[in-house]
Write a protein that binds this ligand. Structure first.
Ligand SMILES: Nc1ncnc2c1ncn2[C@@H]1O[C@H](COP(=O)(O)OP(=O)(O)OP(=O)(O)O)[C@@H](O)[C@H]1O
Length: 332
């Protein structure tokens, strides 16, 4: 049986966002990552409502952490998928550490694999504007460059053929809660959300309310806006630095990656740092920290034969004439 529902302002906003940003093409196969929480339930319901206009092939995915406090959650999400008449995919974790980081890494691996094995081109998550603000603060206090502060983009590739899309980044958590209430969606009350030992929860429940009470009533919205501005700037810088990296990089006769210092020495510092970051990533498969990058920036103008402290796996950067060479230890 098919019936149409009338669209709310939230439906229209999502529809327009999807058009403007070209996030979910018509007739695409879309796997909706549903945690059982208000944001992903709201996303699932909205996409179902918009489906007749877009002709997507929708399905639900749930990753079961297999943690004690999650007992019953997977069945709850499965029942929702059934009531929505959508295929349901799920994966059970084995001995997953009870930390935010471990859970997140595992979930993205599982979602990617589910999409790959079942022919989905896009995985969507229910991340909201509120998540974006929290992520920005979380990364800011740890010390981040514009990449870290761009905090959750609208889309990124998971593999060459599969994209991760976050369609609700201009929707607040308050709006998703209200939508779920209006549509009577059965939100799973996640006990882990209440645990203040998790940094994200403390930011959500203590820091943001504090900022909104004492500094700016729309602090979360402003932070999300900053993330949006920084994202475009970071993308631009990345594009330019990739150009310079290609200009400067080569491989020595022994196969080590090297930069031509005469090329990199005169470009702006912001680009030097990114070029060096890329050199270390490509040759050592390692994301360098700020101090490691700064040390190598210093070598761009250092005398011949200068060298860095050992980097990861004992590799060092060495100045040889015009070149800054990353030397990987053969026995590493
Ligand atoms: N167990 C799960 N199964 C399927 N999808 C999930 C699960 N947990 C989270 N998600 C998806 O990820 C979105 C964000 O969830 P949450 O904020 O809990 O994750 P997070 O670890 O903070 O993510 P990130 O670090 O990517 O921000 C949810 O809206 C949902 O789409």
């Amino acid at each position: 049986m098919s019936f149409s529902i009338s669209w709310t302002p939230l439906h229209h906003r999502l529809h327009q966002t999807l058009h403007h940003r070209e996030l979910l093409p018509k007739s695409a196969s879309v796997l909706i990552a549903v945690s059982g929480g208000q944001d992903s339930l709201c996303l699932g319901q909205l996409l179902r409502d918009l489906q007749p206009k877009w002709d997507w092939n929708l399905a639900i995915a749930h990753c079961d952490h297999n943690w004690t406090l999650d007992a019953g959650l997977a069945e709850h999400v499965e029942a929702i998928a059934q009531s929505w008449n959508l295929p349901y995919y799920f994966q059970l974790a084995v001995n997953l550490k009870e930390t935010e980081g471990a859970a997140r890494t595992w979930r993205y691996q599982v979602l990617t694999q589910m999409a790959q094995e079942n022919g989905f081109e896009i995985v969507v998550t229910g991340h909201t504007q509120s998540d974006r603000a929290e992520t920005l603060l979380y990364n800011l206090v740890r010390g981040a460059g514009s990449n870290g502060l761009t905090a959750l983009g609208w889309s990124r590739p998971l593999t060459a053929n599969i994209a991760l899309v976050r369609p609700l980044l201009n929707v607040t958590r308050q709006e998703t809660a209200q939508f779920c209430q209006e549509r009577n969606l059965p939100i799973w009350d996640d006990p882990y959300n209440k645990k203040l030992k998790y940094a994200r929860n403390r930011i959500r429940q203590e820091l943001i309310p504090y900022l909104e009470t004492h500094f700016h009533p729309q602090a979360a919205k402003s932070l999300a806006k900053t993330a949006e501005i920084l994202r475009a700037e970071a993308e631009y810088l990345q594009e330019v630095s990739e150009h310079w990296y290609k200009e400067a990089v080569s491989q020595s006769s022994t196969g080590n990656y090297q930069l031509d210092r005469t090329v990199v020495r005169h470009i702006p510092l912001a680009l030097q740092r990114r070029v060096i970051q890329q050199l270390i990533r490509q040759s050592l498969n390692h994301s360098p920290n700020f101090e490691q990058i700064e040390e190598l920036v210093g070598l761009l103008t250092a005398p011949n034969r200068s060298q860095s402290q050992p980097l990861v796996r004992g590799a060092i950067a060495l100045v040889s004439g015009n070149y800054l060479i990353l030397q990987i230890k053969m026995d590493a």
